[in-house]
Design a protein around this ligand. Structure first.
Ligand code: T4K
Length: 410
């Protein structure tokens, strides 16, 4: 526990944690089960190309999410690219700027223009009213993101897509195991894409999938992720290599078996953060709807500098010095990253909520690698920092320029 500001690591004290505490430390399920499966893979001598574990993983996801088709892929970025192409996205597609850059890149990579749309500050997801304003004769679709696993305004987006004859794809990278009005994410819009990256709640080392209830679309996506092969020597479509390998599927299946444990750990962490940060001026935790199912994988804190006495980046620098490697997901917004910032240097004028929010958020460590005691210490540090905000800000200013302009976290 800190008692005076000089004991803070950023002002010369010892870091609160000896080892770095990361956001995005992977959840590891039953190690023995995983190793058994890997051993079977080696015995099978079937390492990739629609092997038995990939097929089992796909069926397990379909069952778990109650969706007709799951097509496993090597990662969510490629899954987004393939789903976009299979849906016939072309010209312009409307997306939020407040997302991981892969959402935008998946379109731009194929010559489709991402049109950045502002978010609703209450939900952090794309604002359907702003979507409507961005539609032009060149618009072919909407790619919305269930950010932090919180479903976007699905009903309103489906209504717009229907009325304006647009295809609707959801980037559900964060939303495995999350529900909307009691129904699990996976079967909304034309298709949804999940990520099983190591940092995700449910991981397959690297991996992703597309889920859909549309049989024809599923068949097309299956072809596309395997070079367009419809059988030996028979290519009937343009395709790429989006296949998931067997070791990833083995990890995915093993993770699925521990999914309920991951959720309860994450939920307990989220509740602890909420409890221990309650009443800290200028600090607000993004809340999950307790009526819905959530995976609680992203613990997001919003900081109001005027009330906290410290800026988001000052709090980040202070925590990094203590070896708490909080992240600024998703700063500064895709529109401020290349190539988009060069294409549309004035995009920020249309994105006031994205601009504002991306300067206020911090993502906190959670998952099975983080313990109750760790969270207690992190919250005590945040509380102490805010209680002594102005004093610390003053000390930082006079203590040489310790706040880095860009923050390197590795
Ligand atoms: N759409 C959305 C909305 C997404 O958030 C993402 C991915 C995608 C699409 C694309 O999905 P994939 O194509 O990746 O399946 C990380 C992840 O690489 C990325 O998957 C994720 N979103 C994003 C939010 O986070 P970085 O650039 O922040 O990764 P990095 O290397 O800084 O790692 C994050 C933290 O995790 C580090 O502090 C260390 C820790 N870590 C990471 C790995 C890989 C570990 O402790 N162990 C590990 O094995 O993007």
């Amino acid at each position: 526990m800190r008692t005076d500001i000089e004991s803070l690591a950023i002002l010369g004290g010892e870091p609160a944690f000896e080892e770095k505490l990361h956001v995005g430390r992977p959840n590891i399920g039953d190690r023995e089960r995983l190793l058994e499966r890997i051993s079977t893979i080696l015995d099978n001598r079937w390492l990739t190309n629609n092997g038995p574990f990939v097929q089992e993983f796909e069926r397990a996801i379909e069952l778990r999410l109650g969706v007709a088709h799951c097509i496993a892929m090597c990662n969510a970025t490629v899954a987004l690219e393939i789903a976009s192409r299979a849906l016939g996205f072309d010209g312009q597609v409307i997306i939020p700027s407040f997302t991981f850059v892969a959402t935008a890149h998946a379109l731009q990579w194929q010559g489709i223009t991402p049109v950045f749309c502002d978010i609703d500050p209450r939900t952090h997801t794309i604002d359907p009213r702003r979507v409507e304003e961005q539609i032009t004769p060149r618009t072919t679709g909407i790619l919305a993101v269930h950010l932090w696993g919180r479903p976007c305004a699905i009903g309103a987006l489906e209504e717009i897509a229907r009325r304006r004859n647009l295809r609707l794809l959801f980037d559900a990278s964060h939303a495995f195991g999350c529900s909307h009005r009691g129904r699990l994410i996976g079967g909304f819009g034309d298709a949804e894409v999940f990520s099983f990256h190591a940092t995700k709640f449910l991981n397959s080392f690297e991996g992703g999938c597309v889920t859909t209830n549309d049989k024809e679309l599923a068949a097309k996506i299956r072809l596309m992720k395997n070079f367009g092969f419809a059988g030996y020597d028979r290519v009937i479509y343009i395709g790429t290599n989006g296949k998931m390998n067997e070791v990833s599927a083995a990890m995915g299946l093993t993770s699925l078996e521990s999914m309920d444990d991951f959720v309860s750990t994450n939920r307990a962490h989220y509740q602890q953060y909420a409890r221990e940060l309650r009443g800290v001026p200028g600090v607000q935790l993004v809340r999950f709807d307790e009526q819905e199912q959530s995976n609680y994988q992203y613990i997001i804190m919003e900081i109001d500098e005027r009330l906290a006495g410290l800026s988001r980046d000052q709090i980040l620098a202070l925590l990094h010095a203590e070896n708490v490697l909080v992240r600024r997901y998703f700063f500064p917004g895709c529109h401020r990253m290349e190539p988009y910032r060069s294409y549309w240097p004035h995009a920020s004028l249309l994105l006031p909520q994205t601009e504002r929010l991306s300067r206020r958020i911090l993502s906190l460590p959670t998952g099975t690698a983080v313990g109750e005691k760790d969270i207690e210490v992190i919250c005590a540090l945040i509380r102490f920092a805010v209680e002594h905000g102005r004093e610390i800000a003053g000390a930082l200013q006079s203590h040489d320029n310790r706040i880095p302009v860009t923050v390197e976290v590795r």
